[in-house]
Design a protein around this ligand. Structure first.
Ligand code: GLY
Ligand code: MN
Ligand code: MN
Length: 444
């Protein structure tokens, strides 16, 4: 059943624009292009998704658009260039909003046909001394922007001057995106709920003999049935030793009874990503070896989550995770030595080679700095991070006892920093061994 969920209200998009303008230097202008449609094969295109920065400031979901913020402009500060309505085009390719309706629907102050941009944009740039733009992301658009700036320079006999300073827009914008508002948190909680339904369905439906992509289909089925249009990223469904391949997306092996399966999958709801991993036995019951490794990863994950709170710094969850992982590996005899020295030497890296989390939001690997002036960033309320330790015991590690080889486990949740500490927004998804086994046996 589709769960009706919250949306970002239009006034919040306007508030974001106002906040950004408040941070921009006097006499400046910001320019952002929309994302582009890209080819998948022949006449087939990849499903279009708006650029996250562009979406954050406008809510506008079409391609071939350019958004401009010109603080203090008399005829309107928020300006959109977009395609004009065209019944023939709309018949073939879908509805077009058009400049007039974009102003009404998205609270844009002024809008023009994209076909007129070469005539209009130089005039908007003229007289502005600083230009904010994400240079180096879209080389085709970089070239067009330089062209518009040149047009302004070419008019200099008329007393106009091009901007003297070019500033990465991301420096300001990505700081704003890092801190989630109440409305964004509501949207992300809802996305987490849908993602939770999908993970529970996957655990309920798994059977030996299924292919990994059939299990992926169960995940995507539940996402769509519950009201998320798509996955936020290609789902990773790795049975057995495939779980040791960190970015495994082939998903085309058959699931075997005695194997674990690692499912790293999340929905995109109202443009916000969830990013969750659960690892569970295809049979519904963990073997002793699987249980031993799983318990270590779970302890590491809980210790890391506990470190997510205001005042702690970004790397503390990772530090807590690697201590727990190392302790567990020593207890099992997979590492030999003293825990502190092994952590210092990063001896765990042959079993755990990635970091423990990343910011989460409109992008799965969301924007925002992890370090400020050479120091780890400190957690503050409103930030959302994943916490995702794992152990990957490659079959190639011949020194490891055979009973552990080929076991790959990751446990990943989405964690909001609150004033008091944190909230695991994906906590509804079974994670303890007893809870996973109970859910799988109840739904077998
Ligand atoms: N799903 C990608 C990641 O966990 O970072
Ligand atoms: Mn993930
Ligand atoms: Mn992740």
């Amino acid at each position: 059943m589709i769960k009706r969920g919250p949306k970002i209200p239009p006034k919040e998009f306007a508030a974001r624009r106002a906040e950004l303008m408040g941070l921009m230097e006097p006499g400046s202008i910001a320019i952002l292009p929309s994302a582009m449609i890209t080819s998948r094969s022949g006449d087939v295109e990849h499903v279009f998704r708006q650029d996250s920065d562009f979406y954050y400031l406008t809510g506008f979901k079409e391609d071939e658009a350019v958004f401009v913020l010109a603080p203090g402009r008399e005829h309107g500060q928020a300006i959109l260039f977009c395609r004009e309505r065209d019944p023939e085009q709309e018949l073939w390719h879908g509805r077009i909003t058009g400049p007039e309706r974009a102003m009404q629907l998205y609270g844009i102050d002024d809008a023009f046909p994209i076909a007129d941009i070469d005539d209009i944009l130089p005039g908007l740039i003229e007289g502005r001394s600083r230009l904010y733009y994400n240079m180096g992301v879209r080389s085709d658009f970089d070239a067009r922007l330089i062209g518009w700036v040149k047009t302004v320079s070419g008019n200099s006999q008329a007393g106009t001057r091009p901007p003297g300073e070019f500033i990465q827009l991301s420096q300001l914008l990505h700081e704003l995106r890092l801190f989630k508002t109440r409305a964004e948190i509501e949207v992300m909680r809802h996305g987490a709920l849908i993602t939770g339904e999908a993970h529970r369905r996957v655990m309920a439906k798994v059977e030996p003999g299924m292919s990994e992509y059939q299990l992926e289909a169960e995940f995507v089925h539940e996402l769509m049935m519950s009201g998320a249009r798509a996955a936020a990223y290609p789902s990773i469904v790795g049975g057995g030793e495939n779980a040791c391949i960190l970015h495994y997306v082939a998903n085309d092996d058959v699931l075997k009874k005695d194997d674990l399966v690692l499912v790293d999958a999340g929905g995109e709801y109202e443009y916000y990503a969830s990013d969750v991993t659960r690892t569970f036995p295809v049979s519904g019951r963990f073997t002793e070896s699987q249980r031993e490794i799983y318990e270590i990863v779970l302890r590491a994950q809980l210790a890391a989550i506990d470190m997510v709170r205001p005042g702690n710094h970004w790397n503390q969850p990772h530090e807590a995770a690697v201590v727990e992982l190392t302790r567990g590996l020593v207890a099992l005899g997979l590492l030999q030595g003293e825990v502190d020295a092994l952590v210092e030497a990063e001896a765990y890296r042959c079993f755990y080679m990635h970091r423990t989390g990343h910011w989460l939001g409109l992008d799965v690997h969301d924007v925002g700095e992890y370090r400020i002036d050479d120091a780890w960033r400190v957690f503050e309320p409103g930030m959302v991070t994943t916490i995702e330790p794992g152990l990957y015991i490659s079959p190639a590690l011949e020194k490891v006892p055979a009973r552990y080889r080929g076991i790959g486990i990751r446990i990943e949740d989405d964690v909001l920093v609150t004033r008091e500490g944190n909230e695991v927004i994906t906590q509804s998804i079974p994670k303890k061994i007893d809870d996973i086994e109970a859910w799988m046996s109840a739904t077998a």
